[in-house]
Design a protein around this ligand. Sequence first.
Ligand code: IPE
Ligand code: IPE
Ligand code: MG
Length: 260
Amino acid sequence: MNQTPQHIAIIMDGNGRWAKKHLMPRTVGHVRGAANVRHIVKACNDTGIRYLTLFAFSSENWRRPADEVSALMGLFLQYLENEVAEMKAAGIRLRVIGDRSAFAPLLQSRIDQAELDTAYNTRLNLTIAANYGGQWDVLNAMRAWQLAHPHQTLQDMDAAALAVHLSTPELPDPELLIRTGGESRISNFLLWQTAYTELYFTDVHWPDFDAAALKSSLYWYAQRVRRFGRTDEQVHTTPEWQADETATALLDLAARLKIS
Ligand code: IPE
Ligand code: IPE
Ligand code: MG
């Protein structure tokens, strides 16, 4: 208890309904949503959160009307153009996960540049999931594992070996997942990585999710008891498994960093 998550993942939902509530077009909701990304990134950086992963565009969001999709792409490009200089100064490292090959060449090159420009930053690790799907991530990882182990079969694959090939090898799994906008579902976000994540659903629409709302979610998280399959009594009375857990986490980290 009394813990702060090192990795928060957020499904930023509710832009459209926020706009509707204010009698405005959906795209205005997205503009306000993009502005809010800036505030929450800053709030997390100021709070000392190490990893923040934001779901910006799912692999299913291509099903939306073409003008909404192109407005979202435009906002993503604008976000990179406006924010990267400040991210550099604030020590924020940006990564983008998802299948970027579907994006316009200009957007792809801005993403590459932003990742390069911030690659040596060591404060907040900001990851934006764009054209991302959890099922895509797992399938991709399986294919990559097979390529890396041409003489082995799937029988030889274990969870840690697969995880190295997900799109998040340098990130610890999120301890806290926040979904704004009132829905209680994962919508194909980090399926593998959220196996033991605490799920926080709030009715607040993303453009209204401010630093105070973030604080409430952190307060809620601090009261969770994370059992990882054990009993309450074990968690509270027998600390020796915690040493095992730390050793396993270190081994996982070594595998992720490809140290042996
Ligand atoms: C989230 O807000 C933004 C994206 C999915 C890109 P929505 O656009 O889904 O907002 P609602 O769910 O329609 O309110
Ligand atoms: C999830 O929101 C994806 C993002 C926030 C980027 P959606 O609004 O697309 O989710 P569904 O379709 O309601 O499940
Ligand atoms: Mg939605």
